[in-house]
Design a protein around this ligand. Structure first.
Ligand code: SF4
Ligand code: SF4
Length: 218
């Protein structure tokens, strides 16, 4: 019936209004900012850059591939790639962002940057108290402001972060096993080459005597 949804909503509101006088469970609002509601695990506000360990630059996962910069719909990410490289969590040399800015005043919290990042390097933060009186650059966050630890990521999105940690740990184990196998194969090949070089060469087989030349027709 037309309007059933509106009626149901009004009944729920009336229940909450009357019920809030006798039960806190019916209170749907809190006295912010003194009181705060617990944020849902999938709450998202603005992106941040994840780093592993305690050093934001050494542990930064971002390799400055610039995919997120290209895919961001309102184009509010600005990246400059480093000239040198640093090892990633697998020990592979990678570029890092010499500059990584996000204009939070333009960001629309769509999470596309997170979806397209192949390195689990950018995630959505839950921080929303970011208002500032500075209209010119107050919301242009740089790399150092955007960098937050993996511990922070685990705190705000525990389920998602735990899955990513497990995946990265698995990648590390595989990479270490491959490096070990490669090193063993290399050592074996070197040993085989050394053994071949030290083995005395067999004496050349005696040649059969040369056949006499046939007499010429003249
Ligand atoms: S959340 Fe969306 S708008 Fe914001 S930086 Fe990422 S891609 Fe751009
Ligand atoms: S955050 Fe991810 S997609 Fe963006 S530049 Fe860094 S590694 Fe590439």
């Amino acid at each position: 019936m037309l309007g059933t949804g509106i009626l149901k909503g009004m009944v729920e509101t009336a229940k909450n209004f009357a019920g809030s006088y006798v039960s806190d469970e019916r209170l749907t609002t809190v006295q912010y900012p003194e009181e705060r509601q617990k944020l849902a695990e999938n709450t998202r506000q603005f992106p941040f850059l994840v780093f592993d360990g305690n050093d934001p630059l050494a542990g930064m996962r971002c390799v400055a591939c610039q995919i997120c910069e290209k895919e961001c719909p309102p184009q509010c990410i600005y990246i400059e790639k480093s000239k040198d490289k640093k090892p990633d969590h697998l020990g592979k040399p990678q570029f890092y962002p010499a500059r990584f800015d996000i204009d939070i005043s333009v960001c629309m919290s769509c999470q596309i940057c997170v979806e397209v990042c192949p390195f689990e390097a950018i995630k959505m933060d839950t921080e929303f108290e970011l208002s500032t009186g500075d209209r010119f650059g107050g919301l242009l966050f740089n790399r150092d402001q955007l960098a937050k630890s993996n511990a922070h990521y685990n705190k705000i999105h525990p389920t998602e972060a735990a899955e990513i940690d497990a995946k990265r740990a698995d990648e590390k184990i595989k990479a270490e096993a491959k490096a070990k196998a490669d090193a063993e194969a290399k050592a074996k090949a070197a040993e085989a080459a050394k053994a071949a070089a030290n083995t005395p060469k067999p004496a050349p087989a005696p040649q059969p005597p040369a056949k006499p030349a046939p007499p010429s027709a003249a």
